[in-house]
Design a protein around this ligand. Structure first.
Ligand SMILES: Nc1ncnc2c1ncn2[C@@H]1O[C@H](COP(=O)(O)OP(=O)(O)O)[C@@H](O)[C@H]1O
Ligand SMILES: [Mg+2]
Length: 233
């Protein structure tokens, strides 16, 4: 049973264009995603996967966009964000982007995971409960007191996933999460990714390897030459 609340968010993004130094990176993308989706996003190196995820997380401003969303499937009311500053605020609240080499601040693993929860004003015991649950899920229950700098790349990535899981955004964007992981780290990352799914957090996971076979995706988007095609998941 999840400790987190469940509410579906459906987001429509259209007219996404992004150029860099006159090079077209993303061209007229239109798509809809739901926080009930588990999406594999593939594409060769340089096809624009990280760029698109950063736009979705409100970290990079596209040249054009059209954003509308529904926060709950039961209602039909569709809201729009017309200006980039309004869209950016919405995206930052709903999407959590995880870089391939995640940034953890100096301090214990516990403090890193608890960071967002402290900002939400939760009590000490609620925070402690969620952090221990998260540590169990990433199979690092004994590492709460370790300084984050003393972790391996794979462990850091798992801590970063745990840190976003506890704050329960609508979507978590995992950018090449397995690149620095050995087999053991991968297996516990699969566990936490499955937990994200159970908690109705939408996931988009990028990989330049189209054979990410161990995860149960329900959609597959492929970026190629600035465009996106939906493939059979
Ligand atoms: N900081 C940057 N400055 C200039 N070009 C960049 C930068 N980051 C990415 N690019 C270019 O944008 C394109 C898309 O990159 P990226 O989104 O990182 O692709 P992917 O994540 O699929 O490998 C590539 O051609 C890349 O060279
Ligand atoms: Mg990338």
């Amino acid at each position: 049973m999840s400790i987190l609340n469940k509410q579906a968010t459906i987001l429509k993004l259209g007219d996404i264009n992004y150029k860099r130094n006159k090079q077209i990176i993303l061209h007229n993308l239109n798509f809809e995603i739901s926080s009930e989706n588990f999406i594999l996003m593939t594409g060769q190196n340089g096809s624009g996967k990280s760029t698109l995820l950063k736009i979705m997380a409100g970290l990079l401003k596209p040249d054009s966009f059209d954003l509308s969303y529904k926060q709950c499937v039961q209602t039909n009311s569709i809201e729009k964000k017309n200006s980039w500053s309004a869209a950016k605020k919405f995206l930052r609240q709903n999407f959590c982007y995880l870089h391939q080499t995640p940034y953890l601040f100096s301090g214990t693993v516990y403090d890193n995971i608890a960071y967002g929860l402290r900002h939400q004003g939760l009590s000490r015991s609620e925070i402690s409960h969620k952090v221990s649950e998260a540590l169990k899920i990433i199979a690092l229950p004994h590492l709460g007191n370790r300084n984050s700098y003393a972790l391996s790349g794979g462990e850091k990535q798992r801590v970063a996933i745990a840190r976003s899981w506890v704050i329960h955004p609508a979507f978590i964007l995992l950018d090449e999460p397995f690149a620095n992981m050995d087999k053991h780290s991968r297996n516990s990352a699969y566990d936490i990714i499955n937990q994200l799914k159970e908690d109705n957090i939408g996931i988009i996971l990028t990989s330049h390897d189209p054979h990410s076979g161990e995860l149960d995706f329900n959609r597959h988007m492929h970026l190629h030459q600035g465009g996106m095609i939906e493939k059979q998941a």
